[in-house]
Every structure is written in C-alpha cells, then in structure tokens.
Design a protein around this ligand. Structure first.
Ligand SMILES: [Zn+2]
Length: 438
C-alpha cells in the first residue's frame, strides 16, 4: 500500500484513519510513489489504481473523469517553435480537473463513513466535490463568494445541499472552518485524498508523451495544489520538468475564479520557485481574452479566458529558450458559458472586426422590402411599412432607421430625387445587408 508523506516534516501516514493534514506538524500530505507507471483496468481515474493512495478503498466512486484529450497545437506551436499540446480538462464531468480529485475524495469519505462535509470554494471546487458527493450519498454545504459567475452560482445551488454566499474566498474559508462542529469534515483544497486524484493528470501526460524529453506544464496556480501535485509525480518518476503557474492579476474580473490573494500553499510554492521547479507568471483580463480569441482562430479550440490564461502566459515566455521542453497547457474552467465573459468577448469582437449587430424588427423589415423590391426613398419605405406590414411609425423614425442602416453598411445611396423643394435619397440593399438577412 502507498503512503501519504508530509511535504514539511517527512512524516508518513497509512490508511487507518481519516486525516486532512500531517498529524505531526499540520503540513501538506501528498501521495508519494516512486518508480514505474502502470495503466490498469477500471473506469475514470481508477485506471491508475496502482499509483493512487485510495486504491484499496471500496466502493470506488467515479463519473468517468480523467482520460481527457491531449491535442497537439497546429499553429501556435509552429509559430513559437514549441512542441505544444493542450490538455483539455474541460471535458471532465463538471468541467474541471478537480473531478479527478473529487472521485478519490468521495471514495475516501465514504470509506471512512463521513456523512456530511462543508466546502469553502471560489466556485469550481464546491461544484466538483458536491457533484461527486451526491453520487456517494454524502451531504455538503458550500461557502462561495457572491462574486462567482452566474453559471457557477447556479451549479453550486444545484449540487450542494446548502449554499451560503459570502463576500470573499477568505471569508468562505473562515466560515467553513468555524462550522465544522456541525459537519464531519471541512474539505480544504489541501485535502490529501483530493490531491491523490489530481496526480492522475500527470500520469496521463507521462503515459502519452513518454519520458525522453523534459516536460513543461502550464497550469493556473490558484491555491497551488495542482502545481504541487504534478511536480511531485514528475519528481517521483524521475522526469526533468518545470511548472509554469499562471496567476490572475488582482483587478481581473474575468479571471476572478482563479484569483487567490494568498495561495494556501505559499510556503511550499516559494520553496519550489526558489529551486527553479515552478515559475509564476501574472496574466490579466485583456491578455486572457486575447488568448481565448487566439485559441479559437488559430487552433479551432473553444475555450474561455480562464482556460486560455495558460496560453496567454506561454506567449509571454516565447523566445526564452524553452524549446527543448515538450510543453503542455492545461485548459480548465468555464468553457464560454458565463454571460459576463461572453459580453466582454462580444464587445471586443464587435469593436474590431466584423460587427456583430442585432437589428430590431423595423430595420429587418426595411431590409426585406428592399431585398424583394426596387431601390426606394424613405418615404416609400414608410408607406409600405404602414400599408403592407401594419407598422404605424412616424416618418422621421423611418428616416432615422434608414440613416443607421446606411452607416452600418447594410444600405447604400444609389441616387437622389427632387420632390417639391426637398431632395430625397434613394437607397438600396448592399451585399452585406443581404447577408444579414439570410
Ligand atoms: Zn509533518
């Protein structure tokens, strides 16, 4: 059986009782297993049963997590000279890599007969853990900042038995720890049974990419847990590696789900930064949005700013002599579902390239009349809108609609007509206007 080893004092723990940190010093416990990597039978993360601490626990909980696509970059890799892959963790059951850990955690909690837990979270952790706990029949209460995206707030409400929205992640942590008298356990991101499953992402990378070349893995740093879990697996397997941790800038509302003011594992991260295993790069909203667009246009990969933040970080590194590494950017987080993110992306696109315009009913009718009829001046359009389409508008507003359609490039002026003392424009529909109609 494998052991959990304290990163700080080296103390080892077996599987006799439930622990959430080192009983000796309160340090971080991580599964350590040196040597070979064997893929076995089973589903979800359990194909790596031999390398998991929780493998002896039954019944195993799974929703088919892990075994996510590893996709080679076609454009970005070539243009940067990197051998680059994308690990698509959005394909996990709840959309994030956390599902890997939730499978092993839910299995352990069931094994230790824990019936209720409290989960403080920035969003993704409580969604994933509570989803798996539903499967295992364990009740959960989530503490989540009220600033989470709409879709995450909704999902949290769906999967958790109780939800409390608070002002910040820090407050969520404090409140969750205070309420443990009413619950069997508080699930912190540093829970060793959660980390046990995270390690499978590194297993999959090594299994697919081999051990010949050094590996650089780009991940959102968050509280530091994923970066550390990957580092220790690669160290135990003797693979030369580097972790690039992406940290969200403070004032970045689009990346707020991965922003952690003070990573819980700062102490350990600092040590690994000093020894050169981990490098942290800051990414802000603009850079992540640009990378999100870039991923769609260059790679055909639909990913939101959180997932694309890893590519944004890579772009900052280009030309710094990392070409001997096989590089993997891990994509996780909301895949373009949040209305706030979509609005920000739309505004960017509308401002720069083809305009995304939603025309109102009257403008669409004007385009229709001109598409099926002859060029006309606004007075004729006004009359037709009234007589044939029952739209009783005042003439000035029809003139205004026509002017706006001209400025959008959907109508063009093809001549003028003198009526009494006034000159009227004669307009017709453009190619672009026709395209908009279809
Ligand atoms: Zn310890």
């Amino acid at each position: 059986m494998l052991k959990l080893r304290c990163v700080r004092c080296g103390h080892e723990v077996g599987g006799v009782e439930y622990v959430s940190s080192c009983p000796q010093c309160g340090g971080l416990l991580i599964t350590r297993a040196s040597g070979c990597l064997r893929k076995g039978k089973g589903s979800g993360v359990w194909v790596w049963g031999n390398g998991l601490f929780t493998s002896f626990m039954t019944p195993r909980v799974t929703l088919g997590e892990g075994n996510t696509p590893l996709i080679k970059s076609v454009k970005i890799g070539r243009s940067t000279g990197l051998t680059l892959y994308f690990k698509d963790e959005t394909k996990n059951p709840s959309g994030s890599f956390i599902d890997r850990g939730s499978a092993t955690l839910a299995t352990a909690l069931k094994y230790f007969k824990i019936r209720s837990v409290v989960v403080p979270s920035t969003g993704d952790l409580s969604i994933s853990v509570s989803t798996y706990l539903r499967r295992a029949g364990i009740s959960s209460k989530a503490y989540v900042p009220s600033s989470v995206t709409l879709s995450k707030a909704y999902k949290t409400l769906l999967v958790s038995d109780r939800v409390k929205f608070v002002d910040s992640y820090e407050e969520a942590l404090v409140k969750a720890l205070k309420s443990t008298q009413f619950y069997d356990a508080a699930i912190l991101p540093t829970n060793p049974f959660l980390i046990d499953g995270y390690r499978t992402v590194a297993f999959e990378l090594v299994y697919s990419l081999g051990r010949e070349r050094p590996l650089m893995v780009v991940v959102p740093i968050g509280d530091g847990v994923l970066a550390l879990s990957i580092h220790y697996v690669l160290e135990d397997l003797g693979i030369h590696h580097k972790i690039l941790g992406v940290r969200a800038c403070k004032e970045s509302p689009l990346l707020r789900d991965i922003y952690v003011a003070k990573p819980m594992l700062q102490e350990y991260l600092k040590e690994l930064e000093d020894s050169g295993f981990i490098e942290v790069i800051n990414v802000c909203d603009d850079e992540a949005l640009e990378a999100s667009e870039f991923m769609v246009k260059k790679e055909g990969f639909l990913v939101g700013p959180v997932g694309a933040s890893c590519v944004a970080a890579l772009k900052k590194l280009v030309g710094e002599g990392r070409k001997d590494f096989v590089t993997v950017a891990l994509m996780s987080g909301d895949p373009l579902q949040d209305p706030y993110v979509i609005k920000a992306l739309l505004e960017r696109t509308a401002g720069r390239e083809e305009q995304i315009v939603t025309l109102g009913f009257t403008k669409m009718k004007i385009l229709e009349i001109l598409a099926y009829g002859n060029p006309a001046h606004p007075y004729v359009l006004w009359k037709e809108l009234k007589q044939k389409h029952g739209l009783n508008l005042n003439r000035r507003s029809v003139y205004k609609h026509v002017e706006e359609l001209i400025s959008l490039g959907f109508l063009k002026v093809v001549g003028h007509e003198r009526v009494g003392g006034r000159i009227r424009k004669i307009v017709t529909i453009t190619e672009q206007g026709l395209k908009h109609l279809t």
